[in-house]
Design a protein. Sequence first.
Length: 488
Amino acid sequence: ASSKLLIKGGTVVNAQHQEIADVYVEDGIIVAVKPNIRVGDDVTVLDATGKFVMPGGIDPHTHLDFEFMGTETVDDFFSGQAAALAGGTTMHIDFVIPVDGSLTAGFEAYEKKAKKSCMDYGFHMAITKWDETVSKEMELMVKEKGINSFKFFMAYKGALMINDDLLLEGFKKCKSLGALAMVHAENGDAVYEGQKRMIELGITGPEGHALSRPAVLEGEATARAIRLASFVNNPLYVVHVMSIDAMEEIAKARKEGQRVIGEPVVSGLVLDESWLWHPDFKTAARYVMSPPIRKRGHDKALQGALSTGVLQLVGTDHCAFNSTQKAFGIDDFRKIPNGVNGIEERMHLVWNTMVESGQISVTDYVRLTSTECARIFNVYPRKGAILAGSDADIIILNPNASFEITAKSHHSRLDANVYEGKKGKGKVEVTIAGGRIVWQNNELKVAPGTGRYIKMPPFSYLYDGIDKIDAAYLSSLQAPVNRAKSAS
Ligand code: DUC
Ligand code: ZN
Ligand code: ZN
Ligand code: ZN
């Protein structure tokens, strides 16, 4: 295949602007974006007339090759990424989980898992305990390993959960490093209580999952994390915002000027809780993820929050378990491995739900599926843009063609799909990753080892000017209070 590519006549869309132009690519990099580019016959030409030429999607939230709840996801870095590319996503950020509390060991393990990558990727890191070593290792991760975000689990008591003291320590450490603190916001102690109560009541099926961890617990933890972040003047990223309760806390904080980012995921935007009441266990268990998919109404409210800018970007939390694994919880919903798919479906479902429906513009679509993620994690404009000098991660979307989601034809290793049967207009017809055409005519051409690790530097725009706010606060503390010295 040629390493020179010309995409002709499409509408090139960036987060700020769209125009009809050609895009010329050489050796994996976009070289020129302008009308009527002429090239020699050694160049592969793609006609994009009547179609949108956009930055490939960036999924900020995935779990590939993840060992969790006594098992391991069926999608690894190859199958998960292949699925992503077939759906128009060209980069993802996965979560490194420490090994026995060691960040270094965790990083090395994920480096190995990711060797088979066929698309570019970055890493967040989870922090599951706290001591001097962890604190030192965080520094190493930021300064040498290309990690600029750390996730704290306020849920999963007895496994990943951390308490408020650690959360504060972690926030402060993130701040000193210019890294972004992320939270899984559910009150883990209360969830534990709720789960026990359901089992005592004899509610052992998947509906118990929803009943044991209602939206109020997500709202509480989100509010707590936001307030603690405010206490130390720290930017905060809330992952998988699933409820109105959590979203409203974010809205309020942002309105007051706090730097809070909210990430809804596709399942929360397009599905609802009724699936957990499905009479067939196998079907219901498929929809178990945490925080749970909420009642009808939360989906629409989250869509609205995306369209008004209360929430900023869309992830998936892609975490794939087959029905045999989901069946571990046949007698006890607490043992159903948590997670749903989405890495392949995100671009189509967001297009269909948000753009086709008229809720957002095409430029907004690019912003919340790609550009904003690149900005937050500080890899813009290398990623998230169709500009001269950017990586050639590009999709061609035909707004008049249609897509249909079914496990029969998806590229994940999953034996089912939570979006089975969903269809609509807007189809990713071509995916270009690192200058290579990897998806065309419904065919994938991917090879393990072609994806690259993208290092993410600290101090993204979320840190702009934060030192001034801190300095003002400090000097306010140092203004003396004049109290009359009274003789006793
Ligand atoms: N939620 C899930 O559903 N899966 C992975 C981890 C998480 O927080
Ligand atoms: Zn593995
Ligand atoms: Zn989570
Ligand atoms: Zn997750």
